[in-house]
Design a protein around this ligand. Structure first.
Ligand code: GTP
Ligand code: MG
Ligand code: ZN
Length: 295
């Protein structure tokens, strides 16, 4: 009798044990020798061929071709990065948000935005902040875990895709997943902050089912984000609002800073490009220039 050839998705990885979802069943798998010796690491999110090795047990025979693989967290076949921010506690950090958008674009992944803690925001903030990014073409949802608002919008955003949640500490990433997946019991609040060192060093990555076929990796938040390995002249290309105007600037590769006949500067002056975003771009440009090593 030949072993049944199955295909499934790796939904959790510990150091060398993988949990593979095959239909409605989850098999605990080890990699077969060939994979072990080639040191080809199986990642959460991988689509794999497995064969049964006993009740509830299996072996990973083959990793099917990946569309992409992120390193932090280690997840393959990521469809989108959901950048979570809170309106307050902590206050929305637009500088960090714009950086995240650049970093996600550098990874060639689509970014979507989730604005949480709407219960702490004024109606004006709820109206204005997401609209700014919505106009730039990013899909935005507004939520409040506390008030149970927008959770179905978040579920819909995650449905049928593999997503990674990113964003600063304390904005409610784990709380959102707990709300979407009852019984999950992710640590939230102060506790999460205390164990962060620990969670960073474990090699445990789990994709959490959120319903409607959505699988999500939670990540611990970090407050600073380096934008590295980028030519300064390429930075503006990762800002959809600036990139749309760049072809009409007088100079090719215009940095939109001191150059004459710059359509971006004109649009900022007319209020067509958000001034705050433009200023954040200039600040990041200066940093990218300072870090740039052309060799
Ligand atoms: N007012 C309010 N508080 C919230 C909301 N969502 C989460 N919180 C609180 O915010 C705190 C931080 O939530 P977490 O879910 O741990 O945040 P996190 O983004 O996972 O943080 P890290 O894991 O440190 O990156 C907790 O005390 C939550 O109870 C919300 O919608 N409104
Ligand atoms: Mg968390
Ligand atoms: Zn320009």
């Amino acid at each position: 009798m030949t072993a049944e050839a199955l295909e499934g998705r790796v939904i959790r990885s510990y150091s060398n044990v993988y949990y593979v979802q095959v239909g409605s069943e989850v098999l605990e798998c080890r990699p077969r020798g060939r994979l072990r010796y080639r040191e080809e690491r199986v990642l959460a999110g991988d689509q794999v061929r497995v064969s049964r090795a006993g009740p509830g047990l299996g072996a990973v025979d083959e990793i099917l071709p990946r569309r992409n693989a992120l390193s932090r967290p280690s997840v393959a076949n990521v469809d989108q990065v959901v950048i979570v921010q809170s309106f307050h506690e902590p206050d929305l950090d637009f500088g960090l948000l714009d950086r995240y958008l650049v970093v996600v674009a550098l990874d060639d992944l689509p970014a979507t935005l989730c604005f949480n803690k709407a219960d702490l925001a004024s109606p004006a903030e709820v109206a204005a902040f997401p609209a700014l990014y919505d106009r730039l073409g990013y899909r935005c949802v507004v939520a409040s875990v506390r008030a149970s608002e927008g959770l179905e919008d978040v579920r819909a955003l995650l449905s049928g895709r593999i997503s990674v949640l990113a964003g600063p500490s304390g904005v409610g990433k784990s709380s959102l997943l707990n709300a979407l997946s009852p019984g999950l019991g992710l640590r939230t609040g102060e506790v999460s902050r205390k164990v962060r060192r620990g969670t960073h060093t474990t090699r445990h990555v789990a994709l959490i089912p959120t319903g409607e076929g959505g699988l999500v990796a939670d990540t611990p938040g970090f407050a600073h984000l380096e934008v590295s390995d980028l030519r300064p002249s390429e930075l503006a290309g990762y800002y959809p609002d600036l990139a749309a105007l760049a072809p009409s600037c007088r100079f090719q590769g215009c940095a939109h800073r001191a150059e004459p006949d710059c359509r971006v500067k004109e649009a900022v002056a007319r209020g067509e490009v958000d001034r705050g975003r433009y200023e954040r771009y200039l600040a990041l440009l200066a940093e990218v220039e300072a870090n740039y090593r052309p060799w």
